[in-house]
Design a binder for this molecule. Structure first.
Ligand code: 9MR
Length: 358
């Protein structure tokens, strides 16, 4: 495997890395990663892609996969009941194609930002028609190119009280829990070769809330498999918090159950939220890298992920400050490249883990 340039190595080999255990994490990454290649990718923004040449270059250099961060969501694709606006998504698809990159699709059934016209549907018959015809149109447009879809995203409520709890929004209000199999069947009908993924966040930490969320996702996955509904993988979003502890035992028990269902696992939206971390950038970056390494290795010991994607490639374009500004006023550093597109220790962890050094 190629070594990173000297400035990268010096950061990682410094005393700080040792203090934080980062060198151990990286050594472990190297040991497990060298013979294999797990595709690495990142979420991409259409507006930045159009405006920022250095961003385009970084994506083309570092990634084998892209996923549109917003361009395939309902509010963009469906400004009204009659229209499909594929403009942004097509621009991203064209960029992926011309750079020989694969594309994931995100997302077909999600509560987030549903347009008002769709959220207003009350009839189950209409709901099923609108949901399935949307999935048919969107998936078939990119059939053979988008190889993997987040079919159902974030079905669990924030604080489930039982594993059977689902988030309340238009599809659960009209179709109940059946919206999930309906969505998976529609996606499979539109592209029988696509990998179909159930995607969720807050799966990996210590605490009863996270255990309940794992139980809920497992219950959904098991029910789909038992009924012969086409589902192929679980997506662990992995919006990690540097100051939250990963429940290694709980996560691994969950992954063993997923593996027993013969489902794959992907890491779909990795980043590390750095609100509670020190101001010093090098210290922070090392802690962020360490957290990601701990998570990736916990997953890997049970089932190597079939892809690893971060939710953005550079701190220049990240969702994190929309919700998690730092008390010291410094910019968040959640992603593999800094805001000047320089690789950080998180990039090295991922490259070594996936065997994808650029
Ligand atoms: O990063 C995305 C942000 O730019 C959007 O405004 C937001 C609403 O569409 O969605 C963010 O992405 C989310 C993803 O779709 C699902 N998992 C959580 C992500 C971060 O909030």
């Amino acid at each position: 495997m190629k070594q990173g340039p000297p400035h990268r190595r010096s950061v990682l080999k410094g005393a700080l890395g040792s203090i934080l255990g980062l060198e151990g994490a990286l050594a472990h990454s190297a040991a497990v990663a060298s013979p294999r290649k797990i595709p690495f990718g990142a979420a991409v923004r259409g507006d930045a892609l159009a405006a920022d040449a250095s961003y385009r270059a970084a994506l083309a250099e570092r990634c084998r996969l892209l996923v549109p961060e917003g361009s395939l969501k309902w509010p963009v694709l469906r400004p009204n009941r009659e229209t499909f606006d594929f403009g942004d998504a097509d621009t991203i698809a064209a960029f992926a194609r011309s750079n020989g990159l694969g594309l994931r699709g995100h997302t077909l059934a999600w509560y987030g930002g549903m347009p008002a016209w769709a959220e207003a549907i009350t009839s189950p018959v209409e709901a099923e028609w609108v949901l399935t015809s949307h999935i048919e149109a969107v998936v078939s447009r990119y059939r053979g190119f988008i190889g993997s879809w987040d079919v159902v995203n974030e079905p669990m409520p924030e604080n489930p009280v039982s594993p059977r709890d689902l988030r309340s929004f238009v599809w659960t209000k009209t179709l109940g829990a059946e919206y999930i199999p309906i969505a998976f069947k529609a996606a499979h009908a539109a592209d029988p070769a696509a990998q179909l993924v159930l995607n969720e966040y807050d799966i990996e930490f210590v605490g009863p809330r996270f255990a309940m969320r794992r139980a809920g996702i497992l219950a959904i996955a098991r029910s789909l498999v038992d009924r012969g509904i086409p589902i192929h993988a679980i997506g662990l979003q992995a919006h990690l918090f540097a100051d939250r502890e990963i429940d290694r035992d709980g996560l691994q028990a969950f992954l063993r159950e997923i593996k027993a269902l013969k489902l794959d696992v992907l890491v779909t939206e990795l980043d590390v939220i750095d609100v509670g971390l020190p101001t010093d950038a090098a210290t922070r970056d090392a802690m962020i890298a360490r957290k990601a390494a701990d998570f990736l290795h916990a997953v890997d010991e049970v089932t190597p992920p079939s892809a690893v994607l971060t939710w953005g490639i550079t701190d220049r374009y990240t969702w994190v400050p929309m919700y998690f500004t730092r008390p010291d006023g410094t910019a968040n550093r959640p992603l593999p490249l800094d805001s000047d597109l320089r690789p950080k220790p998180l990039m090295t962890v991922i490259e070594r883990f996936t065997g994808s050094a650029s």
